[in-house]
Design a protein around this ligand. Structure first.
Ligand code: NAD
Length: 499
């Protein structure tokens, strides 16, 4: 098939030519270390650039930078309208550099350039501007109190929200720029200072964002980036006594370690973790729309999406028709580099992720899955896996139970709705779910019975800055987005005045 490669901008080439390291006090860390790491292009397995890796001393230096900036008040004591204005200027700069950031992300992460433009940049811009607006809308309450002593005293009681302090934002590799901004912007809107720890594989856009933040007028030390191996610098960052809040997005296994470590210092934390998200097609579901929803919601970013549809429950009478239609469309998707504007499916982020997904496919084979589409290797140099539809799946099979984080859709038949609902909820995860039906009565009855932080109806995967996002069960603790994000980056102080 013909390819159409997007030409790399000179600004991107220039950025890749630089030697990168942690960002603190408004510029690159100056300490020289021996240890560095190659950053790879998942479409070719070639080296894009190298980054210098932080040691534990550098973790201290980055946290100290954020702490100094916080206690100096250079950001937290600015008038809310000034913080809002600077954050909006930051958004304008991200927009002006949108193509550069999108290319950088696609080269580093592998996702389609269309997705980088629309989501990493486009959706992030909406989010930045929405969250910037919160800087001027943070509020407390006045409260009537009934304190009996001293006799005849009068009271005025109110609450105020104060910035949580130094925030450590730990970010996964699937949406490196967008998820970093999910943490940075509400934290800054509240007056906090931030350290972003990008995933080992994908540090580049966070570093470029930190440069743009300085250009926008965000004071030195307010937005820092720690570059190091997660397993080494992550625990030191989480346990650091000067970190006040950890906002973690990643796997459930690492998230649990983060939560336990944070508790030792009573550091506040929020965990946004894994998912194994069901689509439940009711008998009246529009199968064409559900097929499009499964492809859009399940194979977006090669299925490397926490909210991705990955187990699809279809009533037995429609099962074969659905599997056939889904497999025909999935089998026809074109595979290629993210920078190829004609490719619909790109590489996975790393060799490790590719091996993990292929291992799941091997397990599916052993457990008796029918490969209705995909499953075979792709003859390209990068980390590709053909998009795959697994049919004849049963609830207990590994690929129905475990998060694969790859382009694999498991389709499970059900007999009656009660059984379908039971299987939907039969998961240790509870991030999102979608229902497919126009039977409003049934849908409204089902919504409260679904154990998930988000329920979509006749769509799967849209998120909005105003709509809280987070998981039930082992998909996490707390909510991001909307007012919840602001509550998460502030402490409540109660004030009681006697007069
Ligand atoms: P991961 O848990 O391996 O890594 C996440 C981050 O934690 C990385 O920055 C990593 O370097 C760091 N890290 C690793 N070990 C650490 C430690 N001991 N202490 C502190 N930090 C440490 O996850 P991943 O493989 O990068 O991302 C995929 C996972 O993220 C999937 O499970 C996916 O579902 C989840 N995710 C969840 C959401 C959500 O909003 N719920 C969004 C995106 C991704």
């Amino acid at each position: 098939m013909a390819t159409s490669l997007v030409s790399t901008l000179p600004a991107v080439e220039g950025f890749l030519d630089k030697r990168h390291r942690s960002f603190l006090d408004g510029g690159q860390c100056r300490t020289q270390h021996e240890r560095s790491m190659d950053i790879l292009d998942p479409a070719t397995a070639g080296v894009l650039t190298r980054v210098q890796l932080a040691d534990l001393e550098e973790v201290d230096a980055v946290v100290a930078s954020a702490h100094r900036a916080f206690t100096s008040g250079c950001w937290s004591k600015l008038a809310p309208a000034a913080r809002e204005r600077i954050l909006l200027r930051f958004a304008d700069l991200v927009e002006a550099h949108g193509e550069e950031l999108a290319q950088l992300e696609t080269l580093n992460q592998g996702k389609s350039i269309h997705l980088s433009r629309a989501i990493e940049v486009g959706a992030s811009l909406n989010y930045m501007r929405y969250m910037a607006g919160w800087a001027t809308k943070i509020e407390g309450q006045t409260l009537d109190v009934s304190i009996p002593m001293p006799e005849h005293a009068r009271f005025n009681a109110y609450t105020r929200r104060e910035p949580a302090g130094v925030v450590a934002g730990i970010v996964p590799w699937n949406f490196p720029m967008m998820i970093a901004l999910w943490k940075v912007i509400p934290a800054l809107a509240c007056g906090c200072t931030v350290i972003i720890k990008p995933a080992d594989e994908t540090p580049l856009t966070a570093l470029r964002l930190a440069e743009l933040a300085v250009e926008a007028g965000i004071p030195a030390g307010v937005f820092n980036v720690l570059i190091g191996r997660g397993a080494e610098v992550g625990p030191a960052l989480v346990a650091h006594p000067l970190v006040n809040k950890v906002s973690f997005t990643g796997s459930t296994a690492v998230g649990k370690q983060v939560g336990i470590a944070a508790l030792q210092n009573m550091t506040r934390f929020i965990l946004e973790l894994g998912g194994k998200n069901p689509m439940l097609l009711l008998e009246d579901a529009d199968l064409d729309k559900a097929v499009a929803g499964a492809i859009g919601g399940g194979l977006l970013n090669q299925g490397q999406v926490c909210a991705a549809a990955s187990r699809i429950y279809v009533q037995a009478r429609q099962y074969e028709r659905f599997v056939e239609a889904l497999s025909a469309q999935v089998g026809a998707l074109s595979i290629g580099a993210g920078m190829d504007a004609t490719a619909q499916v790109g590489p996975l982020v790393s060799k490790k992720q590719q091996s993990s997904v292929l291992n799941y496919l091997e397990i599916a084979r052993r457990e008796g899955a029918r490969f209705a589409a995909g499953g075979q290797p792709v003859d390209l140099p990068g980390y590709f896996v053909a998009p795959t539809v697994l049919a004849d799946m049963q609830q207990r099979m590994t690929c129905v139970q475990e998060e694969i984080f790859g382009p694999v859709l498991s389709v499970v038949p059900y007999d009656n709705l009660e059984q379908g609902l039971q299987m939907v909820n039969d998961s240790r995860y509870g991030l999102t779910a979608s229902l497919w039906s126009n039977d409003l009565g049934r849908v409204m009855e089902l919504i409260p019975q679904i154990e998930a932080g988000t329920v979509w109806v006749n769509n799967h995967v849209p998120v909005d800055p105003n709509l809280p996002f987070g998981g039930y069960k082992q998909s996490g603790m707390g909510r991001e987005f909307g007012r919840s994000a602001i509550e998460g980056f502030t402490e409540i102080k109660s004030v009681c005045i006697t007069y």
